[in-house]
Write a protein that binds this ligand. Structure first.
Ligand code: HEC
Ligand code: HEC
Length: 230
């Protein structure tokens, strides 16, 4: 298993990321953190400032592996997301949001709570471990019928933030979507469009809500087939 034994601090990693031109509504996550406006934002700020211990992170990950797989590749039913190679900032934010009820899922509410992950440092350790694993793709993919259409939608509406190959952006907290499971991506987009992703910026929800079924299927299939770049 590939592991970063001497993980650089998050701020160093974040600073190392080149900035690109984003639509104006993107900078929603990091300013919230900087302002530490809510308990969730305060906890996230603490995590982003800590230095992850990836060896401890691997130990803490053990109970998660039953669902997310021993190498963080998710489940082959396609419904449990791959976590390997997801950006530290994204993993940290999603775990904080589950635990503060800002993203809802019964399985994750139980797994991100303080019985399992007691401190901000625990979340930092587990996110540090997972972000350093190699994402192996593709996992589950769609039927291939709408891939070309999906790519054109993706390059028109999504690429500016999620990146040409779906690699996301660590500094801006934009998730890596490349080589994510098809079913999971489709479900998240539908959930978001129907108001079941409360932590997602409203503008993003609206964008997904405007897509036709064919667009959603195509984008999810296109992304699921990308190899996970750096
Ligand atoms: C019982 C199965 C199960 C267990 C155990 C579990 N998870 Fe999950 N996890 C899921 C499912 C299902 C989802 C997708 C939920 C949703 O739709 O919001 C998920 C989502 C996530 C996400 C969000 C991923 C993204 O791309 O947004 C993270 C991060 C995560 N899990 C981390 C963990 C960690 C860390 C642990 C262990 C402490 C863990 N999970 C244990 C089933 C599980
Ligand atoms: C302005 C920047 C921006 C644009 C444009 C954008 N996204 Fe996102 N996207 C984000 C950010 C930031 C998040 C994380 C927010 C969250 O989880 O609440 C995200 C989250 C997601 C997620 C959830 C991933 C997960 O595992 O939880 C999906 C799926 C997604 N975007 C798909 C798309 C698609 C498809 C498009 C184009 C139609 C798109 N996005 C356009 C910034 C963007």
């Amino acid at each position: 298993m590939k592991r970063r034994s001497n993980a650089p601090s998050v701020s160093a990693r974040v600073a190392a990321c080149a900035r690109r031109a984003f639509p104006s509504w993107l900078p929603l996550v990091m300013p919230l953190v900087a302002a530490a406006a809510t308990p969730a934002a305060r906890e996230l700020a603490e995590i982003l400032q800590s230095t992850p211990d990836v060896v401890r992170g691997e130990e803490l990950y053990a109970p998660c592996a039953g669902c997310h797989g021993p190498e963080g590749s998710g489940n082959q039913d396609g419904l449990v997301p791959a976590l390997a190679g997801q950006h530290f900032s994204v993993l940290a934010r999603q775990l904080v949001d589950y635990r503060h009820g800002e993203r809802t899922d019964v399985r994750m509410a139980a797994n991100a709570d303080r019985h399992r992950l007691q401190t901000a440092q625990d979340i930092a350790d587990i996110a540090g471990y997972l972000s350093g694993l190699q994402r192996r793709g593709p996992g589950t993919v769609g039927d291939g019928m709408q891939v070309r259409h999906g790519a054109s939608v993706y390059f028109r509406l999504c690429e500016s933030c999620h990146g040409a190959t779906g690699q996301g952006d660590a500094a801006e907290g934009v998730p890596r979507l490349a080589a994510q499971h098809y079913e999971y991506l489709l479900r998240q987009m539908n959930d978001a469009a129907q108001g079941r992703r409360p932590n997602m910026p409203q503008e993003h929800v609206r964008l997904l809500g405007e897509l036709e079924v064919q667009d959603l299927v195509g984008v999810a299939d296109y992304l699921s087939r990308q190899i996970a770049g750096p």
